[in-house]
Design a protein around this ligand. Structure first.
Ligand SMILES: [Zn+2]
Ligand SMILES: [Zn+2]
Length: 327
C-alpha cells in the first residue's frame, strides 16, 4: 500500500479541537504547533511584509488599473516560485535527501504525453503561474480595490486587536472548509471532467502540483476571498488568505513528509492526508483542520484498516451496479 515509499507510523487523527470532552491544553498545543508552526507563521509574517512593503498604496489601488495589478501578480508569482521552486530544487533536482520521507518512490514524470511539454514539473509550473497566480492575484486585487474604494469596511489593528488576531487564525479554518466544499463540488462528474481532472493527472505529486489546476477550478478555488467582502477585516488578512490558498499547497504537495536540512534540522512539509486523496481519489476531500470527511465517512487515516474499508466500499458499489444492471 505504501508502494515502497515512506509510511508515517501513526494514523492521521482528528485534531483535539474537536474532542469531547474538550481538551483545551492539547488544542492549544495543536494550534501553535500542528496548525501554525512553522508554515502558518511564515505565511503570516510574509503577509505583514507584503502589506507594508510589497503592495501598492491604497490611493493607487482606488482605480482598477492593469499596472498595479501586475505588480501584485509579480509579488505573488515571485513568492510562489521561491517556495515551490525552492522545494522542487532541493527535493527533486538536487535530491538532497534522496528518498527519505518520500511518500511515493517514483520521481516526477519527464516523458509523459498526458502533461504539457511531456514534462510533469513544467506542466505544473505552467498552470500554477499562468492561470493560478493570475486568478489569485485578480481576486486579491479586486478585494484590495474594494478597500481602497471604501466598499468594504476596514478594521484597524489598534481598534480591535483581539478580533483581528482571531480572524487571522480563522483564515486557516475558513480556507480549509472552503476547500472541502469546492473540492467536493469539483468531484461532481461533469465538473471533474471539465476541470478537476487536470489536477488529478498528478497521481504522484510535487511542489508545483499544489495549484496546478484548470482555470475554471482556479476561479472556484480562489473564490475563498469573497468571505472578506462580507466579514470586515484588515487587508493584511486578505493577503494572508491568498498566501495560504496559493502557496501552502506547494508545501502540502511536496511529496515528502519531512524536509531534511543538514544532519539535525527537519521541517514538516507534505500532507499525508491529501497525498492519499491523489492516490485514491474518493477519500480525503478536505484537510485535517476542518475534518468534514470524518462526518461523511470519507476519512482515510493512512492505515491498512482504512484501506480495507475503502476496498470494501468499492466492491459493494461494484456489486450493486452489477445487480441493478441484471435487474
Ligand atoms: Zn492536490
Ligand atoms: Zn480531487
Amino acid at each position: 500500500m505504501s508502494r515502497g515509499g515512506y509510511q508515517p507510523p501513526d494514523p492521521i487523527e482528528v485534531p483535539p479541537l474537536y474532542a469531547w470532552p474538550p481538551r483545551p491544553l492539547a488544542t492549544l498545543r495543536w494550534i501553535t504547533t500542528g496548525l501554525l508552526f512553522p508554515w502558518g507563521l511564515l505565511f503570516i509574517a510574509l503577509a505583514v511584509v507584503a502589506w507594508n512593503y510589497l503592495t501598492p498604496s491604497l490611493e493607487r489601488m482606488a482605480s482598477l488599473e492593469v499596472g498595479w495589478m501586475a505588480l501584485i501578480w509579480l509579488r505573488n508569482a515571485a513568492l510562489l516560485t521561491l517556495v515551490a521552486g525552492g522545494l522542487h530544487w532541493w527535493l527533486y533536482i538536487r535530491r538532497a535527501q534522496d528518498q527519505a520521507y518520500m511518500f511515493n518512490t517514483r520521481w516526477l514524470d519527464t516523458e509523459n504525453r498526458k502533461f504539457l511539454f511531456r514534462n510533469q514539473a513544467r506542466d505544473n509550473m505552467f498552470w500554477s503561474l499562468v492561470s493560478g497566480c493570475t486568478v489569485w492575484s485578480f481576486y486579491e486585487s479586486l478585494t484590495l480595490w474594494a478597500y481602497a474604494e471604501d466598499r468594504i469596511p476596514r478594521v484597524e489593528w489598534g481598534d480591535a486587536p483581539i478580533y483581528l488576531a482571531v480572524m487571522t487564525i480563522a483564515v486557516f479554518f475558513w480556507s480549509t472548509l472552503h476547500f472541502y466544499l469546492n473540492h467536493r463540488l469539483l468531484h461532481w462528474p461533469p465538473l471533474y471532467r471539465a476541470a478537476h481532472e487536470l489536477h488529478h493527472r498528478n497521481i504522484n505529486i510535487g511542489p508545483w502540483t499544489g495549484i496546478s489546476m484548470h482555470p475554471l477550478e482556479h476561479v472556484i478555488y480562489f473564490s475563498v476571498f469573497f468571505l472578506w467582502w462580507v466579514v470586515p477585516v484588515h487587508p493584511v488578512i486578505v493577503i494572508l488568505t491568498g498566501f495560504y490558498q496559493g502557496i501552502s499547497p506547494a508545501v502540502s504537495h511536496s511529496g515528502f513528509e519531512q524536509v531534511v536540512i543538514g544532519r539535525r534540522f527537519r521541517v514538516t512539509a507534505g500532507d499525508h492526508f491529501h497525498q492519499l486523496h491523489h492516490r485514491y481519489f474518493e477519500v480525503n476531500y478536505g484537510n485535517t483542520p476542518t475534518p468534514v470527511d470524518r462526518l461523511f465517512g470519507t476519512w482515510h487515516d493512512g492505515t491498512s484498516e482504512a484501506h480495507e474499508a475503502l476496498k470494501n466500499r468499492r466492491l459493494a458499489r461494484h456489486r450493486q451496479g452489477r445487480s441493478s444492471l441484471g435487474a
